[in-house]
Ligand binder design. Sequence first.
Ligand SMILES: Cc1cc2nc3c(=O)[nH]c(=O)nc-3n(C[C@H](O)[C@H](O)[C@H](O)COP(=O)(O)OP(=O)(O)OC[C@H]3O[C@@H](n4cnc5c(N)ncnc54)[C@H](O)[C@@H]3O)c2cc1C
Length: 284
Amino acid sequence: MKAVFENLGALTYLASGGPAHVFRARNSRELENFTRDFDNYRVLGNGSNVIVSSAGLSEPALILDGDFKRVSVRGNDVTAGAGALLKDVIKISAAAGLSGLEDLAGIPASVGGAVFKNAGAFGSSIGDLLKRVKFYRAGKEYGISAALIRTSYRKGPVQIPAVISEVCFSLRKKSKDKIIERIKEVTAMRKKKGFIYRKGSGCIFRNPDARPAGKLIEECGCARFRAGAVSVSPLHANVFVLGGANPAGDAYELMKKIRLRVYKEKGIYLEPLVEFWGRFGKQI
Ligand SMILES: Cc1cc2nc3c(=O)[nH]c(=O)nc-3n(C[C@H](O)[C@H](O)[C@H](O)COP(=O)(O)OP(=O)(O)OC[C@H]3O[C@@H](n4cnc5c(N)ncnc54)[C@H](O)[C@@H]3O)c2cc1C
């Protein structure tokens, strides 16, 4: 498996990014070799939760391709390679009359990224549907099954350094019409809340305790903050509207600006949910 030196801008959802050595693993042998040869690397899913510095990465980035994009259905179980897109898994599950993933419709994730972050929406989290997760670490494959799977708010069952390779979801039978109806409902609600594709991020900050970060941001008067061409979304204060020539740098500055204001006003230090990869300005 050879690395290609390429710009991550085209591979990340948030249109940020500089150059990196990119490896594409297409089968388990390549993944085994990669995780044996490297211990410091980044796994890139659909790039919807990472903002990459325009300076790029010093460590290699791994993408799961080929076999890792397969999805299959057996009884109530849906097994997906970690490189598959969550939207495709939802579509295939719905066509098979299998329910459980509908609330996650519209999250622009790969299966691996969604499980790593324990992605969720409308009270559902992907972690609650997991029957089995396979991952690679240091050249070896591991598997954990439901009884041993532990997840929490935006924290999946596998910690780095590891590459999630395959996931099995345990779903329930339901009428296809009802599943599709729920997907449409969820999609409409997401649009209303401001989770709009291409122009917007997902949630920038974790909710501290039970308090929504968006509410704190509004209470601290940051709802109209901007940095360069990146601004707080008028629809949702915990979402950034991205744009301009340096969206990564501007998003980082805006994140810092809001965090400082919220800390001064409320004594709460907001923790980013979005990951900033590569080198950015000075940390506060
Ligand atoms: C418009 C928009 C709406 C969003 N809405 C939601 C929402 O409703 N709920 C929600 O929870 N999130 C939401 N997000 C955030 C994002 O989609 C999730 O965090 C998602 O889980 C990230 O998946 P990804 O494949 O894009 O991962 P990436 O952004 O590529 O990576 C995210 C993290 O996962 C790790 N990772 C990726 N693949 C693997 C793997 N195979 N093995 C190990 N680690 C891996 C990466 O290394 C990184 O640490 C939204 C984002 C956007 C842009």
